[in-house]
Design a protein. Structure first.
Length: 451
């Protein structure tokens, strides 16, 4: 990175950033209180609030959102007449999954092979630290030239919409000229990237029932309708032979016209086993960023260990459906539920329940804020040009903010590049990316203030 005072300041702050990220990662802030204590999330929220107060933020508040979680808000006034920028991140995290699969404890930040490992290190507690680093660097080099609002969400990973509903009820709170969402990631380490599209998402739980209770498979198997077998057939109907998503009535032919993703690079990023084929058709970018994708997240049925020779009376599954920009998530939910009903065999009883939803998002990449970010990225990443990419994941708040503040420019950056392995075991963050993106964000705020 070329020498400049902002970059030098961020570099000097990195040991502090590591210590703070370790404190934040230590909170088991999974916003599913059937799995983890609510007190862990509340403690993480208090940590963020205290950090904002220490930086001179006023009006710092823990917002009780309708889904039972807390979001953290703070306001840092800039010069009179200055523009206002909203900085977003979330402090809640995904469950650690199989803790035995982690090389080091998931809630203990650990340095290994040049990366910092821990749940939330990249997604998105690292985003909280990135915002703090950028603001500290500006304060040490002439001051923050814009008004800053920070919002740290407490239930983004659950998709329960608490902050979205709160923002709709208090539309003045998050109003800004530009919004920087720190919950995306570079296309690869060292390649500065802004994310211009996000797929939407719907979560549907399906339950199939066939019998009053389980039956002996020797006595009744062959004629008694097996609910688990029916569920397997239903789930299989959601994919074509090549693995493409096939929900009746849902378009799956979209094309991506931005940065391309080679199959070789994708196989490496996704750690696909040798000899195993990819699924779907079209380019990798088409499949990830422009088309729907269904995933079975979990199935309730007896585990192999302890299983009995039974015909099963009921079974259920949780299904995620990602939908690309241009597809309404509400309509996609209806199509998915209708598909599940239509493809349930043997007149079995089927019920579906939607438990989460978020709309897809497309940004206006021609706005002045994007040029300000491109100039900042060129300094933070010497020799590289800022790229535009899609993101297969969902950030439902983006559409809410775009609807509430149609004049606001929205940029998505962040630490979740492919090596971060977010949502998987052994999630990690690149400290070099944290440093460079913090510099980029600081320089962006300076550029944007003068634009």
């Amino acid at each position: 990175m070329s020498s400049n005072p902002v970059a030098e300041t961020v570099a000097s702050l990195m040991p502090r950033a590591k210590a703070e990220l370790a404190e934040l990662v230590a909170f088991k802030s999974v916003a599913d209180f059937t799995q983890f204590p609510k007190s862990e999330s509340e403690a993480a929220a208090s940590w963020v609030a205290d950090a904002l107060r220490a930086e001179g933020f006023v009006d710092v508040a823990l917002l009780d959102t309708p889904d039972g979680t807390q979001s953290v808000y703070g306001y840092l006034p800039g010069p009179e007449g200055a523009k206002t920028v909203l900085l977003y991140a979330h402090y809640d995290v995904q469950p650690p999954l199989d803790e035995a699969g982690w090389t080091t404890p998931p809630f203990e930040l650990t340095e290994r092979d040049g990366r910092w490992y821990g749940r939330g290190a990249a997604d998105c507690k690292g985003g909280v630290i990135m915002h703090l680093l950028a603001l500290r660097a500006l304060k040490a080099n002439g001051g923050v030239p814009v008004n800053i609002k920070v919002i740290a969400e407490g239930s983004e990973e659950q998709g329960t919409g608490g902050l979205e509903r709160y923002a709709e009820e208090h539309p003045e709170l998050l109003e800004a000229d530009t919004i920087v969402i720190g919950d995306a990631g570079n296309f690869r380490v060292g390649l500065p990237t802004v994310t211009t599209t996000l797929r939407g998402m719907t979560l549907v739980r399906v339950r199939i029932e066939t019998l009053a209770g389980n039956l002996h498979s020797g006595q009744f198997g062959g004629a008694a309708p097996d609910a688990l077998a029916a569920l397997v057939r239903v789930l299989d109907s959601l994919r074509a032979e090549d693995g493409s998503t096939t929900v009746d009535g849902l378009d799956a032919t979209g094309k991506w016209d931005g940065l391309e993703y080679t199959e070789e690079q994708f196989r490496a990023d996704a750690k696909v086993l040798d000899g195993v084929g990819l699924i779907g058709d079209g380019s990798v970018a088409d499949r990830l960023w422009a088309r729907p994708a269904v995933t079975v997240l979990g199935i309730d049925c007896p585990p192999v260990v302890g299983a009995t020779p039974s015909v099963h009376s009921s079974a259920r599954a949780l299904i995620s459906l990602r939908v690309p920009p241009g597809v309404d998530a509400t309509e996609a939910t209806k199509l998915l539920q209708a598909h599940l009903q239509a493809h349930t065999p043997w007149d079995a009883r089927v019920t579906t329940e939607q438990i989460g939803q978020g709309q897809a998002f497309r940004a206006d990449a021609s706005s002045p804020a994007y040029q300000a970010m491109a100039d900042a990225m060129a300094v933070a990443y010497p020799g590289e040009t800022m790229q535009y990419a899609g993101e297969g994941g969902s950030i439902p708040l983006c559409n809410t903010l775009a609807s509430l503040y149609p004049q606001a420019e929205i940029l998505l950056i962040g630490l979740s590049e492919p090596e971060a392995q977010i949502h998987a075991v052994n999630e990690s963050v690149s400290p070099e990316e944290l440093e460079r993106l913090s510099v980029a964000e600081a320089l962006f705020l300076r550029n944007y203030a003068g634009g």
